[in-house]
Design a protein around this ligand. Sequence first.
Ligand SMILES: [Zn+2]
Length: 281
Amino acid sequence: MINIFTVDTEDWFHANYEGTDFSDDLKESSTVERNVDSYLEHLEGYGCKATFFVLGTVAEQFPQMIRRIADCGHEIASHGYAHLLVYRQSPEEFREDVHKSKSLLEDISGRRVLGYRAPSWSVVKESLWALDVLVQEGFLYDSSIFPTKNFLYGIPDAPRFANRPVVDGREAGILEIPPSTFRAAGLNIPFSGGFYFRALPFFLIDWFTSSVNSSGEPAVFYLHPREIDPAQPRLELSLRDGFIHYCGINGCERKLLKLLKKHKTASIADVFFSTRQTSKL
Ligand SMILES: [Zn+2]
């Protein structure tokens, strides 16, 4: 079965822990372009495709990188403009942020942007209003609701597979593509990206992937450019946040290569929408 690979395309310093900021000075130490080029090389090497959820500020800094990603046949989608948590914005601020990022990415790539992923999965119960804004802004799918619960995000009883969310008794009119989880002991256990992917051994990721596939569903993976780069500059974080952010960073690229070798991947547009996002605007 074909699975889905996604990359939240942002820089090494885009993290939403308390006290982190994204000052312009940090842009000089950017690692995103070299990391994205590694992903492009690995995906090409194994004949895999992916969806790149690109942050607006990164697209502004590296427009040629966005064109390179699109020219390789991958999907360009939106990760918002300024990496702000959805539940810390008003609906109007959110609308402005996603509108800006969508038009920027469409201008640069010349292709229609179909999907959105919130920074840090920040579409939670209190910010489900965001789905209406996404529909009004012309998005066809969202991939921001994590069906688990931790200190930063999650809706633990949200559906585990692609679905059309119902908010206040009304269908929101958008397709939701959640990241994959493994169901055990009445809980959804994340495995398919970020900290969980870095922390778990490959055989478990492989096993959980097969389990998702045996339900007839594609697994949805997600990583960040920085997660395959042990040489990146380091953020000053608390013990807990530092562990979450850097755990398993040395072995992540190797694990990614094993994954791509064993499980062929495509973009969300490839799997859920008949076009391959090749239609020019
Ligand atoms: Zn992000």
